[in-house]
Design a protein around this ligand. Structure first.
Ligand code: ARG
Length: 559
């Protein structure tokens, strides 16, 4: 339950609930109350002193079984809520729903398409793909958790003149054995070499090779399919490590025969105009450059394929929303695309959402350069896992299955690093920071889970239901955090912002650790206090596990 909202709705001040809720704070000294409304900013409005306003509101506030006490102290209106009631209902719900705590069926019968990762065939899968892959993967699970049918789409970059170049390069310098062995790296090397060495004549040959793919030439298509399968085999291994899955791999090529009807419709609606030989939709009235549908040579573009894809998805999936998890560099592309669909009179244009995110770079080097110096995502993951192994071996030499734990910790650190900040921010990934046991990291959260696990293990059996004792502030803060989890999930979905859940994890882990350090759990003074604290510990483990799982991060039992 959102207590601020609940309290604000009952304050008889004649002000908007949202404004009041935003003003309510948690007092630093909990003896004053669980929540407080500072009345200073209302003094001007009511032409009275904050102290008088607080007193007046206190005398008229309707206390109930949730908000049990209201007091005015020096310009603040303080509220006390029924802590025991909160603890009882929260623990019971977590114990009942377990790994489904935080889920809902609000999305029942609705579909959300999520276009993410969307790799380019025969090109490096580099650190620039990290955010789209893990953000999209998290949104996929979050929407699924809320009862939606989530459709994960990998809109492959599998169409374009670069495949003609690749075929030329392969025929010139490549051989089957080497490429089989070197996989995507060998393919990429060929492509880079072509870019570096291509002459006028080779470019012409590449164009011809592309035309051959287009016209269904068997050899050219066999080569293309081979490059494609090498790329997919490679990325699928990474997806597995990152716990990422897709329902569709329909890429750009898939839409080649689905563009014509859409282009026809643009024509019929009078939206297509000629400009320097090209067919475009004029977007000048909307302050945007023209959206090019067909080049002067009649070739389609990235945008044309996206246009066809949007119509296809609407028809096949009848989505309530279609998300495109793509870097902010493509802001204009999506603004244009959505505008064109709106101009075509499609009411669902408003359901298309560009979920834009910032750049990821490494602390010790640039992200990608044109001439092939790229940071492969696989290398970042492997390096992080190796570092995690070294840290674990030092901290806990006795730990069994170190390798497995290091994989969970290392992969988690990479994922969490990309999800912790507001998605639009550029981030600089640092191995040391990401693997800091005391930082705002997944390792910290995982370690907290291992700690909770170890307490529970040592406790043995304990009373499941029992009298709830008076809560101290540490217990109360933790309980409140656990009660807030369903709201965090909703907010992450509503704002397309998994960072809400990542931050929730760190915040809740901090509250647990405060509770763990300040309150005796196993050696509590009374049996009912011990039982309650153990329930709270187990509930924390459940909630943190659910939260990390939504982000695609595993939880080792021991660390
Ligand atoms: N393959 C594209 C790229 O790497 C991303 C595709 C995003 N999805 C889309 N429907 N345009 O830039």
């Amino acid at each position: 339950m959102d207590y601020k909202q609940y309290i604000a709705a009952r304050i008889p001040a004649g002000l908007p609930v949202e404004e009041l809720a935003a003003t309510i704070a948690v007092p630093p000294d909990p003896t004053l109350g669980d929540y407080a409304l500072p009345c200073f900013k209302f003094a001007k409005l009511y032409r009275r002193s904050p102290a008088l306003i607080a007193e007046d509101l206190a005398s008229r506030y309707p206390v109930d079984e949730v908000v049990t006490e209201v007091m005015a102290t020096g310009g603040y209106l303080n509220f006390r809520i029924d802590r025991k009631g909160l603890a009882k209902s929260t623990l019971e719900e977590i114990e009942k729903k377990q790994n489904l705590y935080g889920s809902s069926d609000m999305g029942g019968g609705k579909t959300v398409c999520i276009d993410y990762s969307s790799v380019n065939i025969a090109k490096p899968f580099h650190i620039g793909h990290l955010s789209t892959t893990v953000l999209g993967g998290a949104l996929y699970r979050i929407y699924g958790f809320l009862g939606y049918r989530a459709v994960g789409i990998n809109h492959l970059g599998d169409y374009g003149t670069q495949f003609g170049k690749l075929i030329s390069a392969y025929k010139r310098w490549g051989n089957r054995e080497e490429v089989e062995k070197g996989g995507i790296h060998a393919v990429n090397d060929l492509y880079v070499r072509f870019s570096n060495e291509a002459t006028e004549e080779m470019e012409a040959e590449a164009r011809e090779n592309f035309r051959l793919i287009e016209s269904g030439d068997e050899e050219a298509n066999a080569l293309f399919e081979w490059f494609k399968s090498l790329t997919l085999a490679y990325v699928e291994k990474i997806y597995e490590r990152l716990h990422i899955r897709f329902d569709s791999y329909a890429g750009e090529r898939f839409y080649i025969d689905k563009m014509e009807p859409v282009i026809q419709e643009l024509k019929e609606k009078g939206l297509l105009v000629e400009s320097q030989g090209a067919q475009v939709v004029d977007l000048e009235p909307y302050g945007m450059p023209p959206f090019i549908v067909l080049r002067s040579d009649g070739a389609s573009l990235y945008g044309t394929r996206d246009l066809a894809a949007a119509f296809y998805r609407k028809k096949v999936y009848d989505f309530e929303k279609c998300l495109y998890v793509v870097a902010y560099q493509q802001n204009l592309h999506f603004q244009q695309l959505f505008k064109v669909i709106e101009l075509m009179g499609e009411p669902w244009a408003k359901d298309l959402v560009h979920v834009a995110y910032g750049m990821v770079s490494l602390e010790d080097g640039a992200m990608a350069t044109r001439k092939g110096r790229v940071v492969w995502l696989e290398d970042v993951i492997s390096r992080c896992v190796e570092k995690a192994y070294a840290i674990l071996a030092e901290k806990n030499p006795e730990l069994e299955n170190k390798e497995e734990v290091a994989e969970t910790v290392g992969v988690g650190a990479v994922v969490f690093g990309a999800l912790y900040n507001n998605k639009i921010k550029d981030i600089v990934f640092s191995y040391d920071k990401a693997l800091n046991f005391d930082g705002e990291t997944s390792v910290y959260v995982q370690y907290t889970c291992a700690r909770a696990n170890s307490v529970l293990e040592r406790a043995g059996k304990f009373e499941k239901e029992g009298e709830i004792p008076e809560l101290c502030s540490q217990e109360f803060e933790l309980t409140k955090a656990l009660a807030d989890f369903p709201d965090a999930v909703l907010s992450a979905a509503k704002n397309y912002e998994p960072s809400v859940i990542a931050r929730y994890c760190v915040d809740t882990a901090q509250k647990f650790n405060k509770f763990y350090i300040d309150c005796k759990i196993l050696r509590a003074e009374r049996e009912e206090v011990r039982a309650f604290r153990l329930r709270l510990t187990r509930a924390t483990l459940t909630v943190l596990t659910n939260a990390l799982t939504l982000l695609g991060i595993g939880v080792p039992e021991k660390m």
